[in-house]
Design a protein around this ligand. Structure first.
Ligand code: UDP
Length: 259
């Protein structure tokens, strides 16, 4: 069992990227045991706090990862103490590395047709031992048919990049069709992986300012960014603010892997 810290009844993994990946590899991947991983940023956290069904969807994940500095800082404003963020993109890259090493079957679902095509090509070129059993863009109307397609390919890993709340809903509703797979929602990861969108420069990632880079390079995100303060206030409303915890320990940077 990995240590967790609860925020608004969501039990976040309280560790670091390599500890999480090692645990997943030893306890799940090596035993062909499936797991549902939710990568929760403040937008998802806020949506879960507002909507009981979505809360159920997210909280039923085997692992809830603090995907964003907003979650870690919010945890420090209250009595919860998350050590580090564990970014979905980094988990995605690490899992591709394991899949390549162990010749695992991978399915990619999500993003625009050109993006998913480019992501699939990059996998074929850079991870030659991955068995890419299928992929689908995220704008296919009939999601049920994609779920059945995934089930038929019997994958070891399913990466779902449909954004919030679709990716968590999709995994939650269909994971019984691919119970042996690691299924994870990875947000905009295919956009970055395919080279369509650039990830923030490493220095900004280190300074925990990736969110600012995303806002400046894509100003139309500002409305979504309002979810960050909304999330912070909704947590503070429920839980006691504890000033002494905010910066008493440096926040570990987990982004060790290059795109
Ligand atoms: N997306 C999709 N189908 C949809 C809506 C979104 O495949 O119906 C994709 C979108 O193209 C993008 C990803 O979902 O690749 C989510 O991106 P976003 O920037 O919202 O992710 P996040 O901010 O969570 O990383």
């Amino acid at each position: 069992m990995l240590p967790t810290e609860k925020i608004q009844n969501l039990a976040f993994v309280n560790g670091d990227l390599s500890g999480f990946i090692n645990h997943l590899e030893e306890t799940f991947i090596n035993r062909s045991t499936g797991a549902y991983i939710a990568t929760v940023n403040p937008e998802i956290g806020y949506a879960a706090a507002k909507d009981k069904d979505y809360f159920q969807t997210v909280s039923s994940a085997d692992f809830i990862l603090p995907d964003g500095i907003g979650i870690v800082l919010t945890s420090r404003l209250t009595h919860h103490r998350l050590k580090a963020r564990i970014a979905g993109y980094d988990v995605f890259i690490n899992l591709l590395g394991i899949a390549n090493q162990k010749k695992k079957k991978v399915f990619l679902y999500g993003a625009k047709p050109g993006v998913i095509q480019a992501a699939a090509e990059r996998i074929s070129n850079e991870y030659p031992d991955i068995e890419l059993v299928g992929y689908s863009d995220g704008y296919v109307k009939d999601r049920e048919s994609v779920a059945l397609q995934i089930a038929q390919t019997n994958p070891d890993m399913v990466f779902v990049a449909l954004g919030c709340p679709h990716q968590e809903n999709f995994i939650y509703e269909h994971k019984h069709l691919f119970p042996q797979a690691i299924a994870i929602g990875v947000g905009g990861s295919f956009d970055v992986f395919s080279g369509t969108v650039k990830r923030a420069p490493k220095i900004l990632i280190k300074l925990n300012l990736e969110w600012m880079y995303r806002l400046l390079t894509n100003p139309s995100r500002w409305r979504r960014m309002l979810n960050i303060p909304k999330y912070v206030f909704s947590v503070l409303k429920e839980e006691k603010f504890q000033k002494q915890h905010l910066l008493s320990e440096p926040i570990k940077e987990q982004s060790k892997i290059d795109a």
